[in-house]
Design a protein around this ligand. Structure first.
Ligand SMILES: [Zn+2]
Length: 361
């Protein structure tokens, strides 16, 4: 059993406030005199039913956390810690997702909000040895014209390196908003060379995935796990190379699957899908990136060779430069070629417990 924290990988599904360490959130809440609901601070992973009430509960907690991020210093701290935590978990490439709208009032608008995130992403990349690139995400809860504004803004910072915008996303409750109405924003983003990375196929099934494919031409789907319910659809995703950002802990927390075992990770991989594991919102779901790989190993029976393949897929699905991809792929080869009891069980257990300590604070 090789140490999964040493397996080089790319992390393609992590939300801005959702990445916060609980200890940092607590400090920010004290500093700003904001109360926090106990469900956020109890260190227990969220569990809600996969209905609108469940989503509402999730969103209310997320908003409570987001309201504590209310200065440039908070935003910079968040990016720095997300980079540090990712680097400690073997991530060589983080593509962090942010909707700047929520932070804009505290820093003078959406443009400064994006620029702060990008500037800190560049600095944190150098500090921690992980490339941090940014996905700008619009929200289904807001007007599609807002999404176009964000897409135009994102396009100005397009690139593939640290501190650049690599993709354009669409987040929040999949059941809300008309997907087709966001098509224009995604066209703006694609024209600028940004990856199309909307959420889809988690709360809703194959019919909605079809809709997202038609309207938004995704390069990657946030989640997409429920594509498994329609083999022909899954086949077409495999055929067209649309990668799936699969977040096992998130699926269970949001009630999409009852148990970890029910997440169709094995079925997706067996069908040939490009799967990149992600943590989504560690603050709420109680586990970070390495624990998703740990779940693949312990719950889904992935061997070290298969875990290395997952890591390779995450790197391929990233927007990292060819050079970075080659470096990470070489690191994955070395990890697999190395001894399989490198640190032994103790090493793996230690890195895991320190990861969960960070999360539960
Ligand atoms: Zn997400």
């Amino acid at each position: 059993m090789r140490d999964l924290a040493k397996l080089p990988k790319a992390h393609l599904h992590l939300h801005f406030t959702g990445s916060l360490r609980l200890s940092s959130l607590r400090e920010m809440s004290v500093e700003h005199g904001m109360g926090l609901p106990s469900a956020l601070t109890d260190g227990v992973a969220l569990r809600v039913p996969a209905d609108e009430r469940g989503w509402f509960r999730f969103q209310r907690l997320y908003d409570a956390a987001r309201h504590c991020v209310r200065s440039e210093a908070d935003m910079r701290r968040l990016v720095d810690e997300a980079a540090a935590d990712d680097a400690a978990e073997g991530s060589g490439r983080l593509e962090i997702q942010v909707d700047p709208t929520s932070y804009a009032p505290f820093v003078g608008g959406i443009t400064p909000a994006v620029e702060i995130v990008l500037d800190e992403a560049r600095a944190a990349s150098a500090r921690h040895g992980v490339e941090v690139a940014v996905v700008v995400a619009a929200s289904r809860m807001r007007h599609p014209l807002d999404a176009r504004t964000l897409a135009r803004l994102a396009a100005r910072y397009a690139g593939d390196g640290p501190g650049e915008v690599v993709g354009f996303g669409l987040s929040n409750d999949e059941r809300r908003g008309d997907t087709e109405q966001f098509a224009h924003a995604f066209r703006i983003a694609r024209r600028a060379g940004l990856a199309s990375v909307p959420h889809g196929g988690e709360l809703l099934g194959p019919a909605h995935v079809q809709e997202v494919l038609g309207a938004l031409a995704p390069d990657r789907l946030g989640h997409g796990v429920r594509s498994v319910e329609d083999p022909a659809l899954l086949g077409s995703l495999v055929e067209s190379g649309v990668a799936l950002e699969v977040c096992p802990a998130s699926n269970v927390s949001l009630g999409v699957y009852e148990r970890e075992h029910d997440v169709p990770l094995r079925a997706l991989v067996d069908a040939g899908a490009t799967v990149a594991l992600g943590a989504d919102d560690p603050l709420l779901f109680g586990s970070r990136l390495v624990e998703q790989y740990e779940t693949a190993r312990t719950v889904h029976g992935f061997s070290d060779a298969e875990l290395a393949d997952l890591a390779r897929a995450s790197v391929r699905a990233s927007r990292a430069s060819q050079g970075t991809q080659r470096r990470l792929q070489a690191g994955i080869d070395s990890w697999l070629a190395g001894p399989d009891d490198d640190d032994g069980d103790l090493g793996a257990a230690t890195s895991l417990s320190s990861a969960s300590h960070r999360t539960t604070g």
